[in-house]
Design a protein around this ligand. Structure first.
Ligand SMILES: O=P(O)(O)OC[C@@H](O)[C@@H](O)c1c[nH]c2ccccc12
Length: 268
């Protein structure tokens, strides 16, 4: 069994337990009360400079423990002060050390859009995401059969969530587009093998039509990588490890934003 299957098995178990505590109907009532989230595609477009999505990430299967993060809301506020266009919150528990309470804590502190980063395999998780204040949700193509991908994408849009559809190869790009994706994340890390290939974005970007928001994900070490992705046509980058481990998270985010801005200027 590969890492992705392994993670999803655990996610499904947790999901069964949560569904028993809070039925889906209750969540959909809450969603009706909170209303739709922010419309994120325009906010993440890179036409006025590369956007940075900074992630609250405690650990990962690839790297183990990264940071303790006792105050996720405080960390997110630093990201926002550094110029992050959105905050990603990993809510998966077993491998990433996150939880939905982190999403609540972050939502209480920032105004920028929130991405719920998890392994979404069931409509229940979409209702839950919006009820906890998410504006965006991650849909991982490798984790979903095509009909379910299309169903989740449509439901997300219906309840006011922007789906960020994650791909890792050409076939997955095609599947994302067929399902109707308008925001696509290219993950440099293969979630099955955990191997990193920083050439993935440059290879897949030409397959993603103009008008679709292109996000480069994973393995961004600092300003040079940000500038490179901006030059390759990324609208936004999604960064975890290098902004949680450096000590000064606000500064780390600001340096990425600045690098993306300069590269954008050089191209014009
Ligand atoms: O910590 P990094 O290498 O900067 O990566 C962040 C983010 O891209 C990564 O956390 C990620 C991308 N896709 C995912 C899917 C599930 C869990 C995590 C991820």
């Amino acid at each position: 069994m590969n890492t992705l299957d392994d993670i999803i098995g655990a996610v499904r178990k947790d999901l069964t337990a949560r569904r028993r505590l809070i039925p889906e109907a209750e969540l959909s009532d809450q969603v009706a009360e909170v209303g739709p989230g922010l419309d994120c595609a325009a906010l993440l477009s890179g036409t006025d400079g590369l956007k940075v999505i900074a992630e609250v990430k405690r650990s990962s299967p690839a790297k183990g423990n990264l940071a303790d993060i006792l105050d996720p809301g405080g960390l997110a506020a630093e990201y926002e002060a550094g110029g992050a266009a959105a905050i990603s919150v990993l809510t998966e528990r077993h491998r990433f050390g996150g939880c939905l309470a982190d999403l609540d804590a972050v939502g209480a502190r920032v105004r920028v859009p929130l991405l719920r980063k998890d392994f979404i395999v069931d409509p229940y998780q979409l209702w839950e995401s919006r009820a906890h204040g998410a504006d965006l949700v991650l849909l991982i193509v490798a984790a979903l059969e095509q009909p379910l991908l299309a169903e989740l994408l449509a439901l997300a849009a219906e309840i006011g969530l922007t789906p960020l559809v994650e791909v890792h190869d050409e076939t997955e790009v095609k599947r994302a587009l067929d399902a109707g994706a308008w925001v696509i994340g290219v993950n440099a890390r293969d979630l099955r093998t955990l191997e990193m290939d920083r050439g993935t974005f440059a290879r897949l970007a030409p397959e993603i039509p103009d008008g679709v928001v292109r996000i480069a994900e994973s393995g961004i070490r600092g300003p040079q990588d940000a500038a490179d992705y901006a030059a390759q046509g990324a609208d936004a980058i999604l960064v975890g490890e290098s902004v949680v481990t450096g000590g000064d998270s606000k500064r780390a985010v600001a340096a990425l934003v600045e690098a993306g801005r300069q590269r954008g200027r050089a191209l014009r």
